[in-house]
Write a new protein. Structure first.
Length: 243
């Protein structure tokens, strides 16, 4: 039944137009022309064939366009679904590995008379961090022993801290921290975590009796991830911090 409907749909227009064309030639043509059955068939046949071919092409193009539009819509929906899957996968991997999050240290609430403050561990990013450890290198002490560096002096310059896991936006009090060099104290801090390694440069200076700081965190590719510079921290002639 569907095939019959499709045949009628595709051929009724050519049939009507072909019959109309034959009738026009019979009754609207030149007078005195005798129309035999053979002549009628000779006019009707080519006309019907041509019009059937044209309407067939029309329906074919229409169907192809509909199919292409359907494929385009499917491709668009598939692409949207794929993007959602990729985003969810990246989010899941980020929660497992740590994603783009990173840790850093800050010495806060420094008593300017005793030079003792609080060493705070900071989490930056939306994913948790796992298996975080840090090695703090006192560059002032390192300058004192760099010409006679050994395993013994390594313990003198370095402080190792295990932070474990850190949740998103976590701020953790680690311990009291004394700034042993005045008026300037410099640290390089080396972090490792499940999602990679990071280097923090922490610089502190005592300006008019008050400690101010500048810090910069980079990843293993030396891409700067974060900077925090106190407004009163000294800068060079180009207006930048001399790290």
């Amino acid at each position: 039944m569907n095939i019959f409907k499709q045949i009628v749909k595709e051929f009724y227009i050519p049939l009507i137009l072909s019959v109309s064309w034959v009738l026009y030639n019979i009754y609207g043509g030149s007078n005195g022309t005798e129309w035999t059955t053979q002549k009628v068939v000779n006019v009707f046949g080519p006309t019907f064939f041509l019009l059937s071919w044209l309407t067939g092409q029309f329906f074919r193009v229409k169907k192809q366009t509909r199919v292409e539009n359907s494929f385009g819509a499917m491709e668009s929906r598939f692409k949207e679904l794929l993007e959602k899957v990729e985003a969810k996968t990246e989010e899941m991997i980020g929660h497992i590995s740590g994603g783009n999050s990173f840790p850093w240290f800050q010495v806060s609430m420094i008593d300017n008379s005793t030079n003792i403050g609080l060493l705070m561990a900071m989490h930056q990013g939306k994913h948790p961090l796992y298996d975080v450890s840090a090695r703090i290198v006192d560059l002032n002490k390192f300058e004192q022993v760099k010409t006679k560096f050994s395993l013994a002096t390594l313990g003198y310059t370095d402080t190792n801290i295990n932070l474990g896991n850190m949740t998103s936006s976590n701020v953790r009090l680690v311990q009291q921290w004394k700034l042993e060099s005045e008026p300037e104290q410099s640290y390089n801090i080396f972090f490792t975590a499940r999602n990679g390694s990071f280097i923090q440069e922490l610089r502190l200076k005592k300006i008019y009796g008050v400690w101010v700081s500048a810090t910069k965190i980079s990843n293993n590719d030396n891409v700067v991830l974060y900077e925090q510079i106190d407004k009163s921290y000294p800068k060079n002639s180009k207006g930048i911090v001399s790290w």
